[in-house]
Design a protein around this ligand. Structure first.
Ligand code: JBB
Length: 235
């Protein structure tokens, strides 16, 4: 059983995600446990502050050390071995499938989601978390990034995907984009399903799909076809 703790100022944001489809089933099957903990429960002043203005001035607020260290301490206290800490931040290493594969081998992860203008630097200095970014765009908080990581991770846990999904993944030529897919009806508003898919000729269908995958990958994501990216192949 993989254990994932999430530190966040907005635990409710995870409710719909954790209650849905593959993640919900993995939790129900005991493959993974996900607990969300609010930093605010570790605030110490009467306003339950978790952020304050930056030394040196400037706009916005910064996540304070106290509630973050105390929250991490309270989760880590009884843990042997201690969890691997992951800080979601635009300053992090880009999330890739090989990185997700690595995380899926961990027993216990503690994800730290930030808000405001970021974290007091001593949180990085004192906790030495692995810093992870899901991409170069501005988010309001680390929660969407944490959900991306959890989703990618849970799919790799043995038994997390039903028969349907795992079959799809098996047939997916590793590291290529998916080929075009069609379902009923054969004709829709003048658009037809390619004849080869209706032929029942399995070898020809396989060849067509392979060619479509390659061509689509070459056009849209040529970066996926370079040798340097061999290890980026999903599963
Ligand atoms: C957040 C996306 C963190 O670590 C930083 C930083 C800068 C701005 C905001 C935040 C916290 S919210 S986490 C991932 C956005 O540099």
């Amino acid at each position: 059983m993989l254990r994932i703790d999430v530190l966040t100022l907005f635990p409710d944001v995870f409710d719909g995600f954790l209650g849905s489809s593959i993640v919900a089933r993995a939790i129900a099957s005991g493959l993974v446990q996900v607990r969300c903990v609010n930093y605010r429960d570790f605030a110490t002043d009467r306003h339950r502050s978790v952020d304050d203005s930056p030394f040196g001035g400037g706009p916005g607020m910064v996540m304070m050390c106290g509630p973050v260290f105390d929250a991490v301490g309270s989760i880590t206290r009884d843990c042997d071995p201690p969890p691997s800490l992951v800080l979601l931040t635009p300053q992090g290493e880009r999330l890739t499938q090989p990185m997700v594969n690595e995380f899926s081998g961990e027993r216990h992860l503690l994800l730290l989601c930030g808000h405001y203008e970021g974290f007091d630097e001593r949180i990085r200095e004192g906790l030495r978390p692995r810093e992870v970014s899901i991409g170069d765009y501005v988010l309001s908080g680390g929660e969407p990034a944490a959900m991306v990581l959890i989703d990618a991770l849970v799919r790799l846990l043995p038994g997390a995907l039903g028969d349907e999904a795992s079959t799809t993944e098996e047939s997916f030529s590793a590291g290529l984009l998916e080929y075009p897919q069609y379902t009923k009806p054969r004709s829709f508003r003048g658009m037809e399903v390619p004849e080869v898919l209706l032929s029942g000729h399995h070898a020809r269908i396989e060849a067509w799909r392979r060619a479509q995958s390659l061509e689509r990958t070459r056009r849209r994501r040529p970066d996926l076809l370079t040798d340097a990216n061999d290890s980026n192949a999903p599963i």
